[in-house]
Design a protein around this ligand. Structure first.
Ligand code: NAD
Length: 371
């Protein structure tokens, strides 16, 4: 089985879909793996680290006879055009943002598994790339918040008196939010968390955080949240505003699948924040959780700093690539048996993750929107 690993060409993408340890394991499954020179450098991995990987001379050589193609970001049109029909592709795609590419994958008869579609069931946890990347982003958000403050996070007793600890509020307690809470707490902050799924109360408390209870229950499908009604938004604002305005750091991570990020912090709420406070908006990819957020930028609104970084996992490329490559390996293990590719469509993980196969867009909703 020939496995090709793409050179990530998109701007600001430092991750790579293969690390040496995963290449060794794939080789044992009967795969021969190729990459282009320098593909791992953004993740601190020189060609020489990949002892089980062959370096292909050109993109043409890399892709023309590949059976499986691995990538972080969706491949380019040119790359897809080099693939043979029936090639297996594993990558993040986000078809709503890439309608033309998705149609091309369909027309080229690529069997594409879109990593953002891995179902959130226990058995698929080890393949869940959204979670592995979100955990890193949550950790980093707490650090970004800490370094943008003109104060320290922990309580400190000095000869001239004690310093009170900073307060950190995390809004949206999914994978990223919980990791942000844990990190801020380790740095010594007083932490508070808030979410619209009530089960997050216990999760926040187990990390030493206080849960801001708004009484709203907006559990949606598949463990995700649903959109809020205007009444619910008002009820929440009445409770949450005080906590936003007491915080030194606010980290927001709220997302609703397939929808723009919900606005959790209004301009008026920002204007009432403490001088020097910082907002780290991890939902920038979907437009951001704060009304002032400019995706990809850090802005000053008076004395308040609002950062809405894009692709935070790429800033931690070394570990992000390691976890992502392991997610891919675990999914590939479902597809490779006795040295051959076999796809069992009765397997829920494969059936839910597949985006295009045999000239069709497979998920009904996406098919209806793009066909
Ligand atoms: P996400 O990125 O979709 O959203 C982040 C958080 O924002 C969620 O907790 C969501 O409830 C919250 N949110 C949405 N709208 C909000 C609003 N208006 N106000 C406040 N918060 C709001 O979430 P995620 O990190 O992908 O995780 C979602 C769920 O899936 C969690 O329950 C997680 O435990 C679960 N999960 C399960 C598995 C698995 O079983 N394999 C894997 C990963 C995640």
């Amino acid at each position: 089985i020939k496995v090709a690993v793409l050179f990530e060409r998109r701007a600001h993408e430092k991750r790579v879909a293969m690390v040496p340890a995963v290449a060794d394991k794939l080789a044992k499954l009967g795969c021969s793996i190729s990459m282009l020179t320098g593909a791992g450098l953004g993740s601190m991995l020189p060609d020489s680290a990949y002892t089980s990987v062959e370096i292909a001379a050109t993109e043409q050589h890399l892709l023309a006879d590949a059976d499986i193609v691995l990538a972080v970001q969706a491949p380019t049109e040119a790359e897809i055009n080099l693939l043979r029909p029936g090639t297996l592709l594993l990558s993040f795609i986000y078809p709503h943002k890439e309608p033309a590419l998705t149609r091309l994958l369909r027309d080229k008869q690529i069997t594409c598994f879109a990593m953002e579609q891995v179902p959130r069931i226990s058995r698929a946890q080890a393949m869940d790339a959204l979670s592995s990347q979100a955990a890193l982003a949550g950790y980093y958000a707490a650090l970004m918040g800490a370094t943008k403050l003109a104060r320290i996070l922990p309580m400190m007793t000095t000869a001239v008196g004690s310093i009170r600890p900073a307060r950190c509020l995390v809004m949206g307690l999914g994978v990223a939010g919980l990791q942000a809470l844990a990190t801020a707490r380790r740095l010594g902050a007083i932490t508070e968390g808030y979410d619209v799924r009530p089960e997050t109360k216990e999760q926040a408390e187990s990390l030493g955080a206080k849960f801001v209870d708004t009484g709203v229950d907006a559990r949606g499908e598949g463990g995700y949240a649903r959109e809020l009604t205007p009444e619910e938004k008002d009820n929440i604002a009445a409770v949450v505003t005080k906590h936003i305005q007491q915080a030194d750091i606010v980290i927001t991570t709220a997302a609703i699948p397939g929808r723009p990020s919900p606005k959790l912090i209004s301009k008026a709420q920002v204007d009432g924040m403490k001088l020097g406070a910082v907002i780290i908006d991890l939902a920038a990819e979907g437009g951001g959780n704060c009304e002032y957020s400019v995706p990809g930028e850090t802005i000053q609104q008076g004395q308040i700093t609002i950062a809405a970084p894009l692709n935070v996992p790429s800033m931690l490329a070394e570990h992000a690539s390691e976890l992502y490559a392991k997610n891919l390996l675990n999914l590939l293990q479902l597809c490779i048996n006795d040295g051959a590719i076999t796809l069992n469509w009765d397997d829920e993980v494969l059936a839910k993750t597949v985006l295009t196969h045999a000239g069709r867009i497979m998920p009904e909703q996406i098919k209806a929107a793009l066909d």
